[in-house]
Every structure is written in structure tokens, then in C-alpha cells.
Ligand binder design. Structure first.
Ligand code: AMP
Length: 170
């Protein structure tokens, strides 16, 4: 099954110049969703201690992967969503600032894999990696469902790892 057939592209939404990728058809089709989760699981080199999902569509993939691997999941939430105590980071968007928050690692060095739906500029994934390190986790891999390869140059996270993807789109 070609998963690309289950991803819609909407030109100039939510603003001019953005080619929005809608994963709703993937989620509407149990076979496509299951194959997406299997594909992402196959990119994992070593089973980590936890899966860390990025708010909000990252949760859709992260929770299913965590369940498949029979390990726990960690929420990287957007600003103001997580009750204290928590650790946060601010990062720049194309316009303005955004914030991610996380709970501190209960055991220092807990090994995690970061998961999001889409890599565009890489700003979100870079901030997520920095935040997890600040909160005491060891980031072993960073995976996305879709890499928008033309939006960014090569991205290396602050701990030297590269973001891996199941699907690459223009
Ligand atoms: P970035 O920080 O630029 O890499 O953007 C990644 C985040 O923004 C992901 O969590 C995506 O959900 C969302 N995103 C960015 N670009 C798109 C796009 N073209 N279509 C859908 N979601 C996007």
C-alpha cells in the first residue's frame, strides 16, 4: 500500500505559501494507520525506555508506537497545558514564539525516542530535543511520519542525531 495516497495536500493553507499536509485519510483507514505505525516502529534501532510524543498530532503516532513496543509514553505539551511541576522551553516560529513543556525525568538519563507527525523547518523537533535533555532524558532517536524535505536544509539536533522519517514529500 502506498501511504502517500492517503495524505492530502492543501495549497496556501493556513496561510499563503504553506502546503498543508492532512493525515486524516491515514487515520480514517485502519490498514493505512496500522502500516504507518509498523513502518515507524521498523525505524527504531533499539527499544527505548519511553516514547516522547509532541503535542498534538505527534501523540497520534507516539501513543500507538508506545503501545506496540509495550513501553511508557511521555507528553511534550504546548505551553500552558501541563500542570506543575514542569520544565519548559521557548522557541521561535516563522512568526512569533511558541513553548513546549515536559515533566522532569524521574530517573536521570531515561532513554527516549522523540516522535512527531511532520518535520518542516525543524524548529519544533530541535526545541523538543533541547527540552528533553534539559529535563534529564537521553534522546536516542527522533522520528517523524512525514519529512517535508524541501522546507529545510539538513537538520542535526543539538545532541548530534539526525531526524529520521517514514515518508518524504516535497
Ligand atoms: P516545524 O517546527 O517547522 O518543523 O513544524 C513542525 C510542526 O508543525 C509539526 O508538529 C506539524 O504538525 C506542523 N506542521 C508544519 N508544517 C506543516 C505542514 N505543511 N502541514 C501540516 N503540519 C505542519
Amino acid at each position: 500500500m502506498d501511504l502517500k495516497n492517503y495524505i492530502d495536500s492543501i495549497e496556501d493553507w493556513p496561510q499563503e505559501g504553506i502546503n498543508f499536509k492532512d493525515i486524516s485519510p491515514i487515520l480514517a483507514n485502519p490498514e493505512a494507520y496500522s502500516e504507518s505505525i509498523s513502518g515507524m516502529c521498523n525505524l527504531i534501532n533499539h527499544k527505548p525506555e519511553m516514547i516522547a510524543g509532541i503535542d498534538a498530532r505527534g501523540f497520534i503516532f507516539a501513543s500507538a508506537i508506545a503501545e506496540r513496543l509495550n513501553i511508557g509514553m511521555l507528553l511534550l505539551r504546548k505551553g500552558g497545558k501541563l500542570p506543575p511541576p514542569k520544565i519548559d522551553i521557548q522557541y521561535e516560529l516563522e512568526y512569533g514564539l511558541d513553548q513546549l513543556e515536559i515533566k522532569e525525568a524521574q530517573t536521570k538519563g531515561t532513554e527516549i525516542i522523540l516522535i512527531d507527525d511532520i518535520l518542516a523547518t525543524g524548529g519544533t523537533m530541535s526545541a523538543a530535543c533541547d527540552l528533553c535533555i534539559k529535563a534529564g532524558y537521553t534522546v536516542k532517536q527522533a522520528l517523524v511520519f512525514i519529512d517535508l524535505v524541501n522546507v529545510h536544509e539538513e537538520i542535526t539536533l543539538s545532541n548530534g542525531i539526525k531526524v529520521e522519517s517514514l515518508i518524504q514529500l516535497d
